[in-house]
Design a protein around this ligand. Structure first.
Ligand code: FES
Ligand SMILES: [Fe+2]
Length: 382
């Protein structure tokens, strides 16, 4: 190791300024594949979901031919958004402003008062603008550019580093679906997710079933791969210790926790499979959506019991952590997510202090943090 301490790549403004935020929206989130939902969210013809991909609002709809198509959510008349949220079994898409109507394949099919208001209108020139949609490991992704490369060009190289879970066979545990805001820049949230150094410190009481010293991790293109085994003593009594029915064979137990660029974390463990989807809302505000898949319905029931006794779950309902009803301290919550949110928000608070100055960075345990910053920088410079 050199005498010179490892330093971070991005300046403080990258985490606080509107200007950085706007550039990231344009150069990162408008130019990469964006997670939109699970395959089963759009089950039947006419079902749709909308998703924000940087500057682009896009909707995905299943056609009468059962194919998924993605379109920019912009009426070709004067631009009003056609769809506001998820829709079910729509037959056609009618703009709320002047009722221009499109079919499920994006063709403009009717214009009120076409005669006499729009003489010689060639409706075939005003179909909805397409975006690109694809499915990978049961997840639907969109790209604003209809000519973008394939999803396998984007994710193919990281695939061998993901868990062996058969995602299609696991079922969603709907009560575990969560959405919350974190008062921190999206990169603070990502950096926390890929910071290996903090695991045995911030989470000393919550993630000790894993052997962090044996973690293996690296970037594969812009995506981060991470795996760690269960701790030996935990593994020895896995039947008694595991929170839920196992979804992996015994010789493959452990946790794969990749972070797919930009901002889609996966949590692929011995007993469940989940997503942790980060959306930047502002320079110092992010939303996280979580969805979890488990082995079967009996696993749901089991998990429900666990969640009922979880202090974090309790707080999401009552505003207080369970146990000590007067305590609002996430550091006693017994929940590693609450610990992470606490760390992110406390870190963000310091960034505007004139006395804040970033310190040296751990050579191995914080290498992913520096590498992610470099990837962001490369995108912004391109
Ligand atoms: S803006 Fe959509 S019909 Fe006018
Ligand atoms: Fe953490």
């Amino acid at each position: 190791m050199s005498n010179k301490a490892m330093m971070h790549v991005l300046p403080v403004e990258a985490y606080t300024s509107q200007e950085w935020f706007d550039r990231e929206q344009l150069k990162i989130f408008s130019r990469t594949w964006r997670f939109a939902g699970f395959r089963e969210d759009i089950a039947d013809p006419g079902d749709s979901i909308t998703v924000q991909a940087g500057l682009n609002n896009i909707f995905i709809i299943k056609g009468r031919d059962h194919r998924l198509r993605a379109f920019h959510n912009i009426c070709r008349h004067r631009g009003t958004q056609l769809l506001r949220a998820a829709g079910k079994a729509q037959k056609v898409l009618t703009c709320p402003y002047h009722d221009w109507t499109y079919d499920l394949e994006g063709k403009l099919i009717s214009v009120p008062d076409e005669d006499p208001e729009f003489p010689n209108l060639d409706k075939s020139c005003y179909g909805l603008k397409p975006a690109k949609v694809d499915i990978w490991r049961s997840m639907i992704f969109v790209h604003p550019d209809p000519d973008a490369g394939s999803i396998m060009e984007w994710f193919g190289d990281i695939e061998p580093f993901l868990g062996p879970h058969n995602v299609d066979e696991l079922i969603e545990y709907p009560e575990a679906r969560g959405s919350y805001e974190i008062n921190a820049n999206w990169k603070v949230v990502v950096e926390n997710y890929i910071d290996v150094y903090h695991l045995s410190h911030l989470h000393s009481g919550t993630l000790n079933m894993y052997d962090h010293a044996k973690a293996e991790y690296q970037f594969v293109g812009p995506h981060f791969a991470f795996w760690e085994p269960l701790a030996a003593d935990y593994l020895e009594n896995i039947e008694r210790n595991a929170a839920m029915p196992l979804v992996l064979p015994k010789d493959k137990l452990g946790a794969w926790v990749p972070m797919l660029f930009p901002g889609l974390g996966l949590g692929e463990s011995e007993s469940d499979w989940s997503i942790f989807h980060i959306t930047p809302l502002g320079p110092e505000l992010s939303r996280v959506e979580t969805r979890t898949r488990v082995k079967d319905t009996s696993a749901w029931e089991f998990q429900k019991q666990q969640w009922r006794s979880s202090r974090f779950f309790e707080k999401s309902i009552t505003g207080k952590y369970a146990g000590d009803k007067n305590s609002d301290d996430p550091m006693t919550s017994g929940d590693f997510t609450a610990e992470d949110i606490y760390a992110c928000e406390q870190q963000q608070k310091s960034l505007r202090s004139p006395y804040f100055e970033v310190g040296p960075s751990a050579e191995a345990g914080e290498k992913p943090v520096r590498e992610h910053q470099q990837i962001v920088k490369t995108y912004l410079d391109s």
